[in-house]
Design a protein around this ligand. Structure first.
Ligand SMILES: C[S@@+](CC[C@H](N)C(=O)[O-])C[C@H]1O[C@@H](n2cnc3c(N)ncnc32)[C@H](O)[C@@H]1O
Length: 332
């Protein structure tokens, strides 16, 4: 029998030199919308502008709304563009990394913003005020992932009465035995589908726990994006073998990055928990949110997989990368 492990990224982000330059987040790739990556979009724009448009369209988020909070805002790039478009009355940035929070502070000087250096899992239970919008962009893959869970072992545990949730305990402080009982509790409570998983699999524990704890707050809308392990490309991109997401096998996959690993996300599990906790749920593919270009040039590129110049090489890389990303919008 394998013992479960726990993948953590907190040491990396709280360390001296966390950097996002190695992992090409979509937000950083698009920058202010003037570079080559943005030319792959129907309307080249900064990522935050496109997110603001999506939220106004799909979540009826008004301009001049009350408070927006972003967790794990990296270099502050998303928020810089979003603020121009939405002009909220209050903004809070929460990040576990003092270094990245400092960069956000340097970037976001034009608006009054509160910056809080804290782990989401210790901050969320203290949140008592109403929030109009909570943003988690490319961060939930960094949350603790339980690795090496055995189906056979879980089947036995699932027959027994379930323990209570470990309220307020940080996932990183749980023992192996407690991790196993937390995994069992989540699977049993929300009837999470484990069909077609290999004998040993991984569980996005932190991401699932976040949804459970979110239900206890007064947040009206939550916008989440991340690499998915159950991502299905929208039409017409679904037709091109060149950009099909890697191994859609429903088992969160390790993504090796500089000095840390993250795991991609099983979004159907997030959806199951959110629905059980009475959230209205909308799932989307990032290709649709971004309105990625599809025309003769792109058709040729994706079919031939032979870029004719440097710009097309960058486009191909971008399409392959975006293909795995999806999002989920939770409303109450
Ligand atoms: C992959 S980066 C994404 C940055 C940015 N959202 C983007 O899309 O470019 C992850 C961010 O989440 C922060 N982070 C990771 N785990 C966190 C946690 N438990 N609580 C708060 N922030 C966290 C990191 O410091 C970093 O700013």
């Amino acid at each position: 029998m394998t013992t479960p492990g726990l993948n953590l990224t907190s040491d990396y982000y709280t360390g001296a030199h966390p950097s996002l330059l190695w992992e090409m987040t979509i937000c950083q790739s698009l920058g202010d919308g003037s570079g080559t990556f943005a030319k792959a979009l129907e309307k080249p724009e900064a990522y935050g502008t496109l997110v603001a448009e999506y939220l106004q369209r799909s979540a009826s988020l008004p301009r001049n709304c009350g408070e927006i909070v972003e967790i794990g805002g990296g270099y502050g790039t998303l928020m810089a563009a979003l603020l121009e478009d939405l002009k909220p009355q209050q903004v809070t940035m929460v990040d576990i990394s003092p270094t990245l929070l400092q960069k956000q502070q340097e970037r976001l000087t034009r608006h009054p913003i509160t910056f809080q250096c804290e782990d989401l899992f210790s901050w969320l239970p203290t949140l008592k005020r109403p929030i109009d919008l909570l943003i988690l962009n490319e961060i939930i893959g960094d949350f603790p992932t339980i690795t090496g869970l055995s189906r056979a072992c879980l089947q036995t545990l699932l027959q027994k009465p379930q323990s209570k949730p470990k309220t307020r305990r940080l996932p990183s402080n749980l023992s192996r035995q407690e991790l196993l009982s937390e995994a069992t509790r989540l699977i049993a409570t929300y009837n999470l589908n484990l069909d077609n998983l290999p004998e040993t699999f991984n569980l996005n524990y932190g991401a699932l726990l976040f949804i459970e704890r979110l239900a206890k707050t007064k947040v009206s809308r939550t916008f989440i994006t991340e690499h998915g392990c159950d991502t299905i490309l929208p039409y017409p991109f679904s037709l091109y073998a060149a950009i099909q997401p890697e191994a859609v096998d429903l088992n969160p996959r390790r993504i090796q990055l500089k000095d840390h690993d993250e795991y991609n996300i099983r979004f159907d599990h997030l959806e199951q928990i959110a629905k059980a906790l009475s959230f209205k749920v909308k799932r989307f593919h990032l290709m649709d949110l971004l309105k990625v270009r599809f025309d003769d040039e792109i058709n040729y590129l994706l079919t031939s997989q032979r870029p004719l110049n440097e710009e097309q090489e960058i486009f191909l890389e971008f399409y392959e990368h975006v293909a795995e990303y999806q999002g989920i919008l939770l409303e109450r």
